[in-house]
Design a protein around this ligand. Structure first.
Ligand code: SAM
Ligand code: DTB
Ligand code: SF4
Length: 386
């Protein structure tokens, strides 16, 4: 292997990968790749342990963005019931249920383009504090984030911020037009400046090439530090979204992607994320063998189905896996009441809006308009008098 090891100040060796090296890894015969990944996995992690994370959709649907994969984008007509921000009580109750089942992390997701310094954000900060006090790792995924907002989340007790690059910079333009790749990178940087751990990964099965997958991993490999957690999602093709007709990604691609991620991002928790309902137990076992050591559990992801918790625990039993405890890789963040301090002047962060044309996104939007029109009650223009 040609990769260079660089010594940094804390004497932890960082491996610098070239894109070609990652491509060589990725394209190896699958069993050879699997063997290498399983070996790396044993060197850097306890292969028995799998982190169980619970997703809670604290604000569902109605998002202004045009992400081609997402059922929560307001412009596409999908079968989802949206809601306003969840109450603190409900969040705590979801977190307690998840903790009782063995979850050590709660990830709160909002269908927002970016965070605003408003009352909803104040409520999210209270949610973060409450779940932190339950001794669970708290993660949020709320869209783009300024440095100040990241600091307030960290002060409230946030452990991780999830913000996915999703694919390569080149293919991103084929999926989303309402924001740019640089906004995602900037948000990850803002989370880092607040000393949050970073959870960032991608989706496979959106029509991207192997090269796009490799390119995304290369971007993560170059980050210093690399993300502590990397979700690998298989696209859940939801009716009404621009990607509704994508064929399900073969399990072999999922195993290959997870194994390559495991080798390139050795220290990260690799999360076998969306798409598990399309996989059988044997397929998931191969993903664990390839180095996946985290899952989202509970019968719902954000809006789409996920295997039920008891089924997952039964699979863990069969495979000899055990749930990982909270804060295995870091300390529990201390709550600092400074999280309540709103910025005196509302920050004006300029996020991009490229606005280029993505044909399949436009088609899905037009189709949605048609569907909505056909549901609209007809106006009665004249009522015959008897
Ligand atoms: N709005 C925020 C954002 O986009 O960052 C947070 C929520 S968003 C739903 C979080 C992630 O969910 C996306 O980055 C994407 O990776 C994943 N996701 C959304 N829809 C998906 C789908 N249909 N299949 C697989 N993953 C999906
Ligand atoms: C991630 O990478 N996958 C999760 C979490 N981070 C937020 C979300 C998956 C969403 C799948 C589609 C849905 O349920 O709406
Ligand atoms: Fe909105 Fe996030 Fe869905 Fe994109 S992925 S439409 S930003 S909720």
């Amino acid at each position: 292997m040609l990769s260079i090891f660089v010594l940094i100040l804390d004497m932890k060796a960082i491996e610098i990968w070239t894109k070609d090296e990652i491509a060589k890894l990725y394209h190896q015969p699958l069993l050879e790749l699997l063997y290498q990944a399983a070996t790396v996995h044993r060197e850097f992690h306890d292969p028995k342990e799998v982190q169980i994370s619970k997703l809670v959709s604290i604000k569902t649907d109605g998002c202004p963005e045009d992400c081609g994969y997402c059922p929560q984008a307001a412009r596409y007509h999908t079968d989802i019931n949206g809601n306003s921000l969840m109450s603190l009580k409900e969040v705590v109750s979801h977190a307690q249920d998840a903790k009782d089942m063995g979850s050590s992390r709660v990830c709160m997701g909002a269908a927002w383009r970016n965070v605003k310094d408003d009352n909803d954000f104040d409520q999210v900060l209270e949610m973060v504090k409450s779940v932190n006090q339950m001794d669970m790792e708290v993660c949020c995924t709320l869209g783009m984030l300024s440095e100040n907002q990241a600091k307030r989340l960290a002060n409230a007790g946030l452990y991780a911020y999830n913000h996915n690059l999703d694919t390569s910079e080149e293919y991103y333009k084929e999926v989303i037009s309402t924001r740019g790749y640089e906004d995602r990178l900037q948000t990850i940087d803002n989370a880092r400046k607040a000393n949050l751990t970073v959870c960032s990964g991608g989706i496979i099965g959106m029509g991207e090439s192997d090269n796009d997958r490799i390119s995304m991993l290369y971007t993560y490999a170059l980050m210093q530090p690399q993300p502590e957690s990397v979700p690998i999602n298989a696209l859940v093709a939801v009716e009404g979204t621009p990607l509704e007709e994508q064929t399900p990604v073969p399990i072999w691609d999922m195993v290959r992607m997870i194994a390559t991620t495991r080798i390139v991002l050795k220290h990260a928790a690799v999360r076998l994320s969306a798409g598990r309902t399309q996989m059988n137990d044997e397929g998931q076992a191969l993903c664990f063998m390839a180095g996946a050591n985290s899952i989202f559990a509970g019968d719902k992801l954000l809006t789409t189905p996920n295997p039920d918790f008891n089924g997952d625990l039964a699979l863990f039993d069969k495979l000899g896996l055990v749930p990982m405890k909270a804060y295995k890789k870091g300390d529990k963040p201390k709550v600092n009441e400074a999280y309540k301090e709103k910025p005196v002047n509302k920050e004006k962060v300029k996020w991009t809006r490229p606005g280029h044309l993505i044909e399949r996104n436009e088609e899905a939007k037009a189709k949605s308009k048609e569907v909505r029109k056909s549901f609209r009650p007809r106006k009665i223009s004249s009522v015959k008098k008897l």
